[in-house]
Design a protein around this ligand. Structure first.
Ligand code: UDX
Length: 446
């Protein structure tokens, strides 16, 4: 059992804190957002993540998980302190590390206060861990910041332990990771991480802090590169009538390539990939090492949204005043997160074309209404389908697979469907009478 502090209760911080509590540790969480902590104290989770609210509720009742407005309480109660604050993009693509700096200063000040209060014989050792995705060399800055403020006699180590939690399956990813990456400076910190993660029985990769920081950026960039690569190939399929899904299957069966993250579609979005790739390009440029390969990954991803408009034009001729139904708004299923969602970008493109847009999502409607108040929202998929000229499936929610497409066919003005995630059975849709296509995929193949 360890005492753990979490600074920042966003998606990463809250999932990490709740899961460590479930493993039997005592976890206290701090966030500078007063409202957020008040809500968490009342078991109100600020976002949708399957399974999370149950864990939070139970671990709070078991007195393993606490929420507080005082960072001093967190620092004083915890041997291991995870920095889980946001690292958003600056307009130039560089990671904005001001929240990490602020957290480091607050931790250092709390250490100072703790030392003033307690007897000099007390053990003040603290392990301060970067959990948020940060550019290489951030660990050095965290260490330097704390050293400058915290008084002598405070013993601490800095470490990097990047998260690999996917939204929508974050709890599973925490308990069953492919690997746990840890960057440390000494054996003492390494020993603590070994004890902390022992219950997970997962492969651990120990390295220096800088390498751990790069592992995170390089991993996410590589995954995004796989997605853009298959999307680029899907364009050839569209031209010649080949099937991108069969191509991905054929490629992925080669163990060196691997089958995951080869799903063609309207591109990647979310709070991580777009931001992390921009930050990786930016830090590489700063270091004099251009990562042009990633610039191309970004370019393909942006163009992937425009392809949907092009396909719509091939179906509908003129787009102005046409009713476009968009099903799915979150950047992927099982989340209400719409940050950098391809669906939102596509809606904006159709809006610019003068189309009338109506949309629906099982979880992400409230978040979308905040940024797109001037479009119509349907009660469900059928409501969106009624009188629409074209339906675009932008997120592969399970409930969309089970729709009564015969009913949808009757409701629509013209029977056009674009499957932006290649998850529908286009042959069946064609049999019903739809004119439809996917991305790099049409009905009528072998
Ligand atoms: C990602 C990383 O996977 C995770 O390890 C990291 O730490 C946080 O960022 P997340 O952003 O939650 O996780 O989503 P992920 O499942 O990786 O998908 C990202 C985007 O890529 C989604 O928009 C998804 O629809 C898209 N995607 C994914 C594809 O277009 N094709 C694929 O084959 C896979």
């Amino acid at each position: 059992m360890k005492t753990i502090g979490i600074i920042g209760t966003g998606h990463v911080g809250l999932v990490t804190g709740a899961c460590f509590a479930k493993l039997g540790n005592i976890v206290s969480c701090f966030d500078s957002d007063f409202e957020k902590i008040e809500k968490l104290k009342k078991n109100i989770i600020p976002f949708y993540e399957p399974g999370l609210s149950e864990i939070v509720k139970i671990q709070k009742e078991k007195k393993k998980l606490f929420f507080t407005h005082s960072i001093e309480d967190v620092v004083s109660a915890s041997e291991i302190i995870f920095i889980c604050v946001g690292t958003p993009s600056n307009p130039d693509g560089k990671a904005d590390l001001s929240f990490v700096e602020q957290a480091s200063i607050q931790i250092a000040n709390a250490l100072k206060k703790m030392k003033d209060k307690k007897s000099s014989k007390k053990n003040y050792y603290r392990l301060i861990v970067e959990k948020s995705t940060v550019p290489v060399l951030t660990g050095q800055w965290v260490k330097r910041t704390i050293e400058l403020i915290a008084p002598t006699g405070i013993d601490f180590d800095v470490a990097a332990n990047p998260e690999f939690l996917k939204e929508g399956s974050a709890i599973r990813d925490f308990f069953y990771p492919d690997r746990i990456v840890v960057g440390v400076e000494n054996e003492r910190a390494k020993k603590i991480f070994k004890q902390l993660y022992k219950p997970l029985n997962a492969p651990m990769i120990f390295t220096d802090i800088k390498s751990a920081e790069i592992i995170k950026h390089a991993s996410n960039s590589f995954l995004a590169m796989k997605i853009s690569y298959i999307n680029a190939i899907s364009r050839i399929c569209d031209k010649v009538g080949a099937d991108i899904e069969k191509i991905a299957q054929g490629m992925g069966a080669d163990k060196r390539i691997g089958k995951d993250f080869l799903k063609a579609g309207i591109g990647y979005g979310g709070s991580c990939f777009p931001k992390d790739i921009r930050a990786f390009i930016s830090i590489a440029e700063e270091l004099g090492c251009d990562l042009d390969i990633l610039k191309e990954v970004e370019k393909i991803n942006t163009e992937q949204r425009k392809i949907v408009v092009k396909k719509a034009r091939e179906f509908l001729w003129n787009l102005k005043d046409k009713n476009i139904g968009v099903l799915g708004l979150s950047f992927k299923p099982e989340t209400d997160d719409i940050r950098e969602s391809p669906a939102i970008e596509i809606i904006k493109l159709f809006f610019q074309e003068g189309c009338l847009i109506k949309c629906y999502d099982p979880k992400a409607m409230e978040n979308t209404k905040k940024i797109l108040p001037n479009i119509e929202y349907g009660k469900n998929a059928y409501d969106v389908a009624e009188n629409s000229h074209l339906l675009i499936f932008a997120t592969e929610w399970e409930e969309f697979k089970r729709l009564n497409f015969k009913r949808i066919h009757k409701l629509m003005k013209t029977p056009y469907i674009i499957d932006g995630r290649n998850f529908l059975n286009l042959e069946k849709l064609k049999e019903i009478g739809f004119i439809c296509c996917g991305i790099g995929k049409k009905p009528g193949g072998l």
